[in-house]
Design a binder for this molecule. Sequence first.
Ligand SMILES: Nc1nc2c(ncn2[C@@H]2O[C@H](COP(=O)(O)OP(=O)(O)OP(=O)(O)O)[C@@H](O)[C@H]2O)c(=O)[nH]1
Length: 414
Amino acid sequence: MGHYAPECKKGKSEKAFISKGKDWADTSDSDDGVNYALMATVKDEAESSENKPISGAWSFAFPLIITSILLGVCSHSCSLPLIARFDSSATTSELAAKEPAIFTGSEFRNIDDDVPLAQFAVAFDGASWTDPDSTTLMVMQAMLGAYTKGSSGGKHMGLLSEEIIAFAFTSTVKAKRLQSRATEKEQRRLHLPVVNRNIGEEPPFVVVVQGPPQVGKSLVIKSLVKHYTKHKLPEVRGPITIVTGKQRRVQFVECPNDINGMIDAAKFADLALLLIDGSYGFEMETFEFLNIMQNHGFPKVMGVLTHLDKFKDVKKLRKTKQRLKHRFWTEIYDGAKLFYLSRLIHGKYAKREVHNLARFISVMKFHPLSWHREFLQVTWPYTYTRPGYSGKRHQSVPKDWWTEDISEVDIDLS
Ligand SMILES: Nc1nc2c(ncn2[C@@H]2O[C@H](COP(=O)(O)OP(=O)(O)OP(=O)(O)O)[C@@H](O)[C@H]2O)c(=O)[nH]1
């Protein structure tokens, strides 16, 4: 990592540059893990006197210095002898004859093992294309690489030939931040969600049926499907979408009992049916899911008590119902809807009770909650898979989001 000395810019006095440029050999004692950043220029007498440009010297001294640094054969101590000054009154040929060229280095070293690459920046004045050494210079630049395409070659060959041709970041922190932002931007580009251009068709409301094992999740889904479609569903496998009205589809999903499944379900649920075994009471899975939902948008929630036929004592059943209801209200909110599926008839829940539950689901107004609403406005690069949620009108980023196009970052070189 390194910095660009502002004095390097053309038009500034060469003397000032030389005097202000740091001696590039006077910093770190350690040669291990050192990143070099170097600004260098060669004294150009052509502008101030009748002398020709000194680019002839480039073909000797400067490539030598650079190459030796690049090849690693030259540590900061051994490269010292290469840094010397030319006599300012010398002509090009004299300069070329003398060795080495004037070189002013500016350096910043930072030992950081986390940075995978050593970054190296070099700036120098170009030569005219009529100059006999312009080809040498171009070859050298081709070998070293150029900052921009426009800056390649001599004074008249590039758009930026009068400008800076190399720069480096002022700090490793900044470099890392910019690097990670660039990666993130690239990833976002790669993971842009597919825009659903179907006009007018709403996505189905997702009803997640959740509960501990053997509580009756599959049976509830089967009973609801039977109610809506009059068809018997032999097995619950994956999400089941059914049309429940002219403009309405409902998708039933059985929530898996592992943590990842619960997190996923909490993200895409519009309504969560929490099944509770009445004969046992609340179990860990229910609390776990409630917790997860709180962190992932908290959709609408309804409780369903099953296994109530296991109570033989009517009084005890009533008391248990009361107790569970109050506990449910404490966990969700006062008055949260709790259904009772009180018995099985031929291995199925009573029709009337299923009808009530189904009706409630059919007429329920699903207002996306604030978290979901925010979610709709964001072009998420990951996790969300419902195509309907990435509709055209939701492409804007919320106001409190900070975005930056890396290509427009203004890097201060002074
Ligand atoms: N007595 C009684 N049995 C029930 C009730 N609800 C469900 N069952 C029975 O409980 C057993 C499990 O039902 P499922 O619907 O497979 O339960 P599940 O939650 O899907 O089970 P997993 O998928 O293993 O988590 C079945 O034999 C049901 O008949 C109920 O209210 N009362």
